[in-house]
Design a protein. Structure first.
Length: 223
């Protein structure tokens, strides 16, 4: 552990927190060293997460500029790929490329067939989350995983991050009738006045899906 103390002693607390967020991906000795350093600095250190936390992804929201840059990059790549494909048409390289793509698609189809329903659902959920720019807090709020949300918030997760549709974690919790999560999010800075792209607040969503206890709780906290 002394080796870790020596390695970590000159690192910033922010960087050490990122290391801590790896959870079991970091050795127990390293965690102990970080705990001692934070204690010496008299700074609060969150508990070791059970599952690794990617701090930058966890805090990032779907900003318009970021989405535009990513979309523009994908368009450029698509145009380049189309140009290459056109240039390779009727060449042996083009034929091999086409065969390679077909083999990949067929192999992926067979792989999907061998997954059990739970694995398929998990894979589909991950794709949906990536497509809609959902943070882990949003997904956990929708699934009712309060323990994970506590960990994410401890590591600086943004409770007011927005998805592509302008939806927040509070809205997902309200939609699925997770009152305990609604209470926790509000206690940790979630804004009940935020509206989705459909102009709906978390309270509106709770009412729409027939969750009176959640909607009444939120109504009391809307400015």
């Amino acid at each position: 552990m002394n080796d870790f103390r020596e390695q970590f002693s000159n690192l910033t607390s922010e960087y050490l927190l990122q290391l801590r967020a790896r959870g079991n991906g970091l050795s127990d000795e390293a965690h102990h060293a970080i705990e001692e350093i934070f204690a010496e600095r008299r700074e609060r250190l969150p508990s070791k997460p059970k599952t690794p936390i990617l701090i930058p992804d966890n805090q990032a929201s779907a900003s318009g500029a970021g989405i535009f840059i990513k979309s523009a990059g994908l368009i450029v790549l698509a145009l380049i790929a189309m140009g290459i494909a056109k240039a390779l048409t009727d060449t042996w390289i083009g034929v091999l490329f086409t065969i390679g793509v077909l083999i990949y698609l067929v192999a992926n189809w067979f792989r999907r067939q061998n997954l059990d329903p739970a694995q398929k659902e998990h894979e589909d959920d991950e794709k949906k989350a990536e497509k809609e720019r959902l943070t882990e807090i949003m997904v956990s709020a929708a699934n009712g995983n309060l323990e994970r949300i506590r960990e994410l918030v401890e590591y600086g997760g943004d409770v007011n991050a927005r998805s592509l549709s302008g939806t927040t974690a509070l809205m997902y919790a309200a939609r699925n009738n997770h009152l305990a999560i609604v209470e926790f999010l509000l206690a940790n800075g979630a804004d009940p006045n935020l509206k989705s792209d459909k102009n709906s607040t978390a309270m509106d969503i709770a009412k729409t899906f027939g969750h009176p206890e959640v909607s009444e709780y939120l109504e009391k906290r809307i400015a």
